[in-house]
Design a binder for this molecule. Structure first.
Ligand code: R5P
Length: 293
């Protein structure tokens, strides 16, 4: 009778306080299921609402590109500074420590290498394996205007259907073919299509003119890719502008792992994304950290 002996007949239901009900803070994600929201909360920081995703999935079509030759040596030390890791299942299983307990966004499309037509992708990961790997989202390339546009959109919608069954968010990645113009008009089109067809959030590129219209017209969060390596100050400026103009974060690869000092660079990117630090100050921070000050 030990269970019953200590029971007190006094309770505090806090009748003077209304039951708290907190809306999920991410744009356009309030109606998602609890599991889906919980996974997104592994990606976006609770305080700032933003994310620094470290993108290291390039090998799925580029092979061992500069900076990713030895990911055990050059990428694993960056993990402590990222909110989220974006990679392939091969690198996740072979190289990333399973003690990493932040969000993983799993590359889930692939097929052609840089030697072929890139838009010719298929789904490359089953939802069951994504669940087995305990990832927080799957990412799929969408080639609006590309040769295999319809198939790439269909890849995304099939992943969205599978993801909705299990509470797995899908990141729609807008990939811009060489023949297309990277401007706000194109980005509005591509990001909106991804969101309309079910992506929980969308990755795009920053454009100098009109990015705020891209962010405004997309009903779910947008993160920007870093793109090709540019000077560190310019990359910090791009991240700053994107955040100020409505992006919810960055999914940055080459501008971090190809930087002269990758750890100071990801730390500086964090200052911009989470604290709104101005580019000049973030660059000073980068140089001081690089010099060991
Ligand atoms: C490219 O297709 C990959 O998905 C990368 O994750 C993405 O481009 C972001 O990396 P980066 O900042 O190097 O452009």
């Amino acid at each position: 009778m030990a269970d019953l002996d200590g029971i007190k007949d006094s309770h505090n239901y806090h009748l003077d306080k209304p039951v708290r009900s907190q809306p999920f803070p991410l744009k356009g994600c309030g109606a998602l299921d609890w599991g889906m929201q919980n996974r997104l909360a592994n990606i976006f920081d609770r305080r700032s609402g933003h994310t620094v995703m470290l993108a290291v999935d390039h090998g799925y079509f580029m092979g061992p590109t500069t900076g990713l030759e030895r990911m055990d040596i050059d990428i694993v030390p960056l993990l402590d500074h990222a909110d989220t890791l974006m990679c392939t299942r091969g690198i996740l299983r072979s190289t990333m420590p399973s003690t990493f307990n932040k969000g993983v966004v799993l590359r889930a499309s692939g097929g052609p290498s840089i030697l072929k037509e890139l838009s010719d992708e298929e789904i490359a990961v089953g939802m069951e394996d994504a669940l087995r790997l305990n990832v927080s989202a799957v990412a799929v390339q969408v080639f609006i205007g590309g040769q295999f546009e319809t198939r790439s959109v269909h890849n995304m919608t099939r992943l969205v259907d599978a993801g909705n069954r299990f509470g797995m968010p899908v990141l729609g990645v807008t990939a811009v073919g060489k023949e297309l113009t990277r401007d706000a008009q194109y980005m509005r089109l591509a990001t909106r299509i991804c969101a309309e067809l079910g992506a929980a959030y969308v990755k795009t590129y920053y454009v100098d003119q009109g990015f705020e219209t891209v962010a405004a017209a997309c009903p779910v969060p947008i993160v920007i890719a870093g793109g090709k390596k540019i000077p560190e100050f310019d990359a910090l400026t791009m991240a700053y502008r994107a955040i100020q103009e409505g992006a919810a974060g960055v999914d940055m690869g080459r501008n971090i792992f190809q930087a002269a000092a990758p750890i100071p660079m990801i730390q500086a990117v964090r200052k911009v994304v989470h604290e709104g630090m101005q580019p000049a100050e973030a660059f000073d921070f980068y140089r001081a950290a690089q010099a060991g000050r």
